[in-house]
Design a protein around this ligand. Structure first.
Ligand SMILES: NC(=O)c1ccc[n+]([C@@H]2O[C@H](COP(=O)([O-])OP(=O)(O)OC[C@H]3O[C@@H](n4cnc5c(N)ncnc54)[C@H](OP(=O)(O)O)[C@@H]3O)[C@@H](O)[C@H]2O)c1
Length: 368
């Protein structure tokens, strides 16, 4: 005897097959992420007081979601500011997961993902987005940008916030030609180290200011090895005619300030007539004060840069192209900077170091 389905009229058979296939999807177990660990905060405050590592239950993947197993994520000054509640854009509370950039590996894909991603690919959130300090993240496929996996993972984890800032600031304010010079303070920061090397790629000289601290002579040598033309400690610039220190270097038309206070005033001393100082950070937590004469007699311009504002314009695709370019430079050995990889299990120590509780430390990058 024919099986029951063979007895149904053809149209009914088709409907039945369609229904069966729908039933198959709706009854199949939906995809879920593995349980995760996350660094979470419910209120703003000192990071070592408000952050805690918690277990997060598995999350369901939507049709176009991608589950990523995080590999590494840095602790940047802006992450600290977000947790403190002093950064203008912050994740909603309570239950915010800290972190803003990082790299992970594709773990699972929702059934309707169309992006060219496969399990094992390295991806970064691009533009960066909240919540990278956790072991598994589930987000829509459009969040993720596939990056090359033949560079050290610490670079893929840190390529967006600081190297991209350096690249943009060199391009967006003053037209620089090979042979020109720029001046910057906070030169030991990752941004500062990237400025030195990206400038060098384009034949631009750098004059660098670092603070006086234990190890500053060693820091000076390291920056010279990266290609810095001149490196001065703040105490060396306590003189009237700092430009006499420049030798054959041209007076810079552009300066980058991430410190404020006296370090910004020292930077201004180097700027040439009509020069521009771009402020992008305030590590000393001191205001920028400008002598009146700098405006009248030197016609100095003051500008500001914020990567997030730049990324909120229509630049998301440019951002991905530039990230690929920067990771290419890393691969070629033309872009490097000091970092310390630290296991996620030692998160409290990494945080203490990032907060400056162990003196000056390299950038802390957590490995999950
Ligand atoms: N506006 C933007 O879009 C944007 C984007 C990226 C970064 N940033 C800002 O850029 C700055 C550097 O970030 P990063 O991640 O590259 O830095 P980083 O690698 O974490 O290094 C921190 C830097 O700050 C210096 N520093 C720390 N405390 C200081 C103090 N009290 N006084 C003076 N200098 C101090 C350190 O000098 P030592 O080596 O002497 O310790 C080091 O150069 C930060 O202010 C960050 O918020 C802004």
């Amino acid at each position: 005897m024919a099986p029951p389905s063979r007895l149904l009229p053809p149209m009914l058979q088709i409907l039945r097959r369609r229904c069966a296939s729908r039933c198959h999807f709706s009854t199949a177990p939906s995809l879920v992420s593995p349980p995760s660990k996350a660094v979470l905060y419910d209120e703003h405050g000192a990071p070592d007081q408000v952050l805690r590592v918690v277990d997060v239950p598995p999350v369901h993947l939507g049709d176009r979601d991608v589950c990523v197993r995080m590999l590494a994520a840095p602790i940047n000054p802006s992450d600290i500011n977000r947790i403190e509640g002093v950064y203008p854009v912050r994740p909603p509370l309570p239950g915010a997961v800290a972190g803003y950039e990082g790299v992970g590996q594709v773990h699972a894909l929702g059934p309707a993902v169309t992006a060219p991603l496969s399990p094992g690919d390295w991806v970064i959130p691009s533009p960066p987005s909240f919540g990278t300090w956790q072991t598994y993240i589930v987000k829509h496929e459009s969040v993720w940008h596939k990056v090359r996996s033949d560079v050290p993972m610490e670079y893929a984890a840190t390529v967006t916030v600081n190297p991209l800032t350096a690249l943009r600031m060199l391009q967006d304010f003053v037209k620089l030609n090979p042979g020109d010079a720029i001046v910057q303070n906070g030169a030991t920061s990752i941004v500062g180290q990237c400025v030195i090397q990206l400038a060098k790629v384009h034949g631009i000289h750098t004059i660098n200011i670092i603070r006086d601290r234990p190890g500053s002579e060693e820091a000076k040598d390291k920056l010279k090895l990266l290609g810095a033309d001149e490196v001065f400690m703040e105490s060396q610039l306590d003189m009237k005619n700092v430009k006499s220190l420049l030798g054959a270097l041209p007076e810079p038309a552009l300066g980058f300030n991430c410190v404020g206070g006296n370090a910004a005033s020292l930077l201004l001393k180097f700027l040439r007539q009509g020069g521009t100082m771009v402020t992008y950070g305030g590590m000393s937590k001191r205001p920028v004060t400008i002598p009146t004469s700098y405006f009248i007699f030197k016609d100095i311009s003051l500008r500001g840069f914020w990567l997030q504002r730049w990324m909120n314009s229509d630049k998301a695709e440019d951002c991905r192209t530039m990230i690929d370019y920067l990771l290419g430079l890393v691969h070629e050995g033309k872009l490097k900077y000091e970092m310390e990889a630290i296991p996620f299990g030692e998160f409290s120590l990494a945080l203490e170091k990032a907060l400056g509780k162990h003196g000056s430390q390299p950038k802390q990058v957590m490995r999950f």
